[in-house]
Design a protein around this ligand. Structure first.
Ligand code: HEC
Ligand code: HEC
Length: 338
C-alpha cells in the first residue's frame, strides 16, 4: 500500500486538469462572469443580441424558432440546439465541425448571423470597456484586462456548471421505480422506443437515463431535396471558403445549401452528404421546432417523420398505430426536466 502513497495525489492532479482550460482562474468566479457575458447584449454588434437570445434558459437554452435570428435581424440556416446537455467529449454543432468547446463558445461573436463582430478583438475591447467586468476578472484571474481566451474560459465554466435538473424518467430508472413513476401509456412508449420502433438504435438508452444519442451521424432525409442534383457548385463554394481561410461556420450559417451538406463538410466523404448528428432527446418536448433546419414543427410530426424515414432507409417499414404513436410521444414527454 505504502508504495502507492502518490496515487491519490495523481488522481487529484488528473481531476484538476479536467476542469476547464489551464490558467483560467477560479472556476466558480469565472462561471459567474460567464453567466453575465452569456446574457449581455452589449457584447453584440447591434447592442441588442446575446447568447441567451438564441439559447434562452426558459426554453431549455433554445429559441423556439426554426432557424435562429442574430444581429440586425439576420437569419441563419440552423435550429439552435439546447446547451443543457452539451456533448463535451464529442463533436459540437449539427455536423460536428468543432470539437473544442473553448473555441465553439467564441465563434458566435464573429459570426455575421449571430453576434456579428468583425473580429474577436472588438469583443475583447467591449468587455474591457465595462468596469464591472474589469473588477470581476481582476478578482477571478488577477488581471483586469481579459484576453479572448479568458472570455471563452468564463463561458465554458458557466456552461459546464449549468444545473441540468433531472427528468421523471431518470428518477424512475435510477430508483428502479418505472412502474410507480411512469404511467402505463408511458411504459408502453418506452417499450416501443427500444423495441419495435427501433429508436434506441441511434437515440441510445443507457441505464442512467440517457444519453439518447449514439454520438454518430446519420441521414434523416431532412432538407436533402434542397441540394440534390446541384452538388458541383456547392462543393466549389466550400473549396473557395477553405482557400480564403474563412471559418466554415460562417459559410454554413449564411448559405442554406452548404448547410445541408452536413457531415460531408468535415469528412469530405460523399456518403456523409446530408448526414447529421443524432440529437439527444432529453428535454425534447421543450425544444420545438425540430431537426437541424427546424423544419418539423411538433413532437408528433417529428415522431411520424422519423418512423417513416427510418423504415424507408432500412427497407423495413415500422408500422405503428395512432395509439402506439401516442404512447411514444407520452414516453418522450417524460424526458423533460421538472
Ligand atoms: C443568432 C442565434 C445564436 C446566438 C446569438 C448564439 N448561438 Fe449558439 N448556436 C446557435 C445555432 C443555430 C447553433 C447550431 C449551429 C450549427 O450547428 O451550425 C448554435 C450552437 C452552439 C453550440 C454548439 C452546441 C452543440 O450541441 O453542438 C454552442 C456551445 C453554442 N452555440 C454556444 C453559444 C454561445 C456561448 C453564444 C454566445 C457567445 C452563442 N452560442 C450565441 C444559435 C446562436
Ligand atoms: C439511424 C439513426 C436514428 C434512428 C433509428 C432514429 N433517429 Fe431520431 N434522429 C436521428 C438523427 C440523425 C436526427 C437529426 C436529423 C436532422 O436534423 O437532420 C434525429 C432527430 C430526431 C428528433 C428531433 C430532435 C431535435 O432536437 O430536433 C426526434 C424527436 C427523433 N429523432 C425521434 C426519433 C424517434 C421517436 C425514433 C424512433 C421511431 C427515432 N428518432 C429513430 C437519428 C435516428
Amino acid at each position: 500500500m505504502r508504495r502507492f502513497w502518490w496515487f491519490p495525489l495523481l488522481l487529484a492532479l488528473v481531476a484538476c486538469a479536467r476542469v476547464g482550460p489551464a490558467g483560467s482562474g477560479a472556476p466558480e468566479a469565472l462561471a459567474t462572469i460567464g453567466a453575465r457575458l452569456f446574457a449581455d447584449p452589449r457584447l453584440s454588434a447591434d447592442g441588442t443580441t446575446s447568447c441567451a437570445t438564441c439559447h434562452d434558459p426558459a426554453l431549455a437554452f433554445t429559441d423556439a424558432r426554426a432557424v435562429s435570428v442574430g444581429v440586425f435581424g439576420r437569419a441563419g440556416t440552423r435550429n439552435a440546439p439546447s446547451l443543457l446537455d452539451l456533448d463535451h467529449d464529442h463533436a459540437l454543432f449539427w455536423e460536428g465541425r468543432e470539437t473544442d468547446l473553448a473555441q465553439a463558445v467564441l465563434q458566435p461573436f464573429t459570426n455575421p448571423t449571430e453576434l456579428g463582430h468583425a473580429d474577436l478583438q472588438a469583443v475583447v475591447d467591449a468587455v474591457r470597456a465595462l468596469p464591472t467586468y474589469r473588477e470581476d476578472f481582476e478578482k477571478a484571474i488577477g488581471r483586469a484586462a481579459p484576453e479572448a481566451g479568458d472570455i471563452g474560459a468564463a463561458l465554458v465554466a458557466y456552461l459546464q456548471r449549468l444545473d441540468r435538473g433531472s427528468t421523471r424518467f431518470e428518477r424512475a430508472q435510477r430508483d428502479g421505480r418505472l412502474d410507480a413513476l411512469l404511467s402505463q401509456e408511458e411504459r408502453a412508449g418506452l417499450a416501443l422506443f427500444s423495441g419495435k420502433a427501433q429508436c434506441a438504435s441511434c437515440h441510445t438508452l443507457g441505464d442512467n437515463g440517457g444519453p439518447f444519442t449514439d454520438h454518430r451521424f446519420h441521414h434523416a432525409g431532412i432538407g436533402f431535396e434542397r441540394i440534390a442534383g446541384n452538388l458541383a457548385p456547392l462543393l466549389s463554394r466550400i473549396d473557395d471558403a477553405r482557400k480564403a481561410g474563412a471559418p466554415m461556420g460562417q459559410l454554413i450559417l449564411q448559405d442554406a445549401e452548404v448547410a445541408e451538406l452536413g457531415r460531408f463538410v468535415v469528412s469530405g466523404n460523399a456518403q456523409d452528404i446530408g448526414a447529421f448528428r443524432t440529437p439527444t432527446l432529453r428535454n425534447v418536448a421543450n425544444t420545438a421546432p425540430y431537426m437541424h433546419d427546424g423544419s418539423v414543427p411538433t413532437l408528433e410530426a417529428a415522431i411520424e417523420r422519423e418512423l417513416y424515414y427510418r423504415g424507408l432507409f432500412t427497407g423495413r417499414p415500422v408500422q405503428l398505430t395512432v395509439e402506439e404513436q401516442r404512447q411514444l410521444a407520452a414516453f418522450l414527454r417524460t424526458l423533460s426536466i421538472e
